[in-house]
Design a protein around this ligand. Structure first.
Ligand code: IPE
Ligand code: IPE
Ligand code: MG
Length: 258
């Protein structure tokens, strides 16, 4: 292990030890949280492991954080698992990610469904294997009447792609005479997005130190609050989420008003 890796290891353990105890008001929780699960590769590198190990550890973190969100009463959690741009990674990494996603969905029962949660996958089906698509459909079907938290997994998701497919379907409905163009407003737009029927996005979280959206939920984050952290996703714990919730509850959301 290199000096840099050792220092990083120490730094992240210290960060976890010294997270302040913060209070979170359970009556003022965000209804909908989004997380860009980033930093798996850097986490693995800091430990001298292959990137795939970072993705594995990231999947475990998702299990913990999704359960925590469901327990405290979050209505919707949307996580960025694979972007439309992530296909540009080496085939070996893409394959490993697809395998992990398949495994995650296969084992979702153990972690979430028993707790009455609903699972939805947001994104384009193009490029996904038949097996994965079948698992997605089965899981969505099986959980569609559950009334707990909705876990949305953004898989082959891109904000621009989402808006483009919405425009395409809206145009088709206009041409077919099902939708008069003058009726198109922001509520109608929302019905054509992957996030249709979900609550407004209140809080967007990005760990790993990057300060960008990377094509995530471009429409939905118009008035959401942002929370960034340097911690890599595999090191992210419910404590970090509590910090984000604590900060969120201190914000003054004006929505353009005074
Ligand atoms: C996030 O971690 C997972 C995906 C994008 C699929 P990364 O793989 O982007 O990790 P870093 O950013 O290289 O550390
Ligand atoms: C965003 O992370 C996508 C996911 C976390 C799935 P990236 O690692 O792909 O984003 P960039 O390349 O840093 O913008
Ligand atoms: Mg990344």
């Amino acid at each position: 292990m290199s000096m840099k890796q050792t220092i990083y290891g120490l730094y992240s353990s210290l960060q976890s030890i010294f997270i302040k105890n913060v209070s979170v008001d359970r009556n003022r929780l965000p209804r909908h949280i989004a997380i860009i699960m980033d930093g798996n590769g850097r986490w693995a590198k800091s430990k001298g492991l292959p990137r795939k190990e970072g993705h594995k550890a990231g999947a475990e973190t998702l299990r913990t954080i999704a359960s925590y969100c469901s327990e405290i009463g979050i209505e919707a959690l949307t996580v960025y698992a694979f972007s439309t741009e992530n296909w540009s990674r080496p085939k070996e990494e893409v394959d490993a990610l697809m395998e992990l996603l398949q495994e995650y969905l296969d084992r979702a029962d153990e972690f979430l469904i028993g707790k009455d949660n609903r699972i939805r996958v947001l994104g384009a089906p193009d490029g996904l294997s038949q097996k994965l698509l079948q698992s997605i459909r089965a899981l969505e079907e099986k959980t569609k009447h559950n009334t707990g938290m909705t876990l949305n997994i953004a898989l082959n998701y891109g904000g621009r792609e989402e808006l483009t497919q919405a425009a395409r379907r809206i145009a088709a409905d206009c041409v077919a005479g099902k939708l008069p163009p003058e009726k198109i407003n922001s509520d109608v737009m929302e019905q054509y997005l992957y996030t249709a029927s979900l609550p407004e996005l209140d809080l967007m979280i990005r760990p790993s130190g990057e300060l960008r959206l990377s094509n995530f939920l471009l429409w939905q984050c118009a008035y959401s609050e942002f929370w960034f952290s340097n911690i890599n996703w595999p090191d992210f714990t419910p404590k970090h989420l509590q910090l984000a919730l604590h900060d969120y509850q201190k914000r003054n959301r004006r929505f353009g008003g005074v």
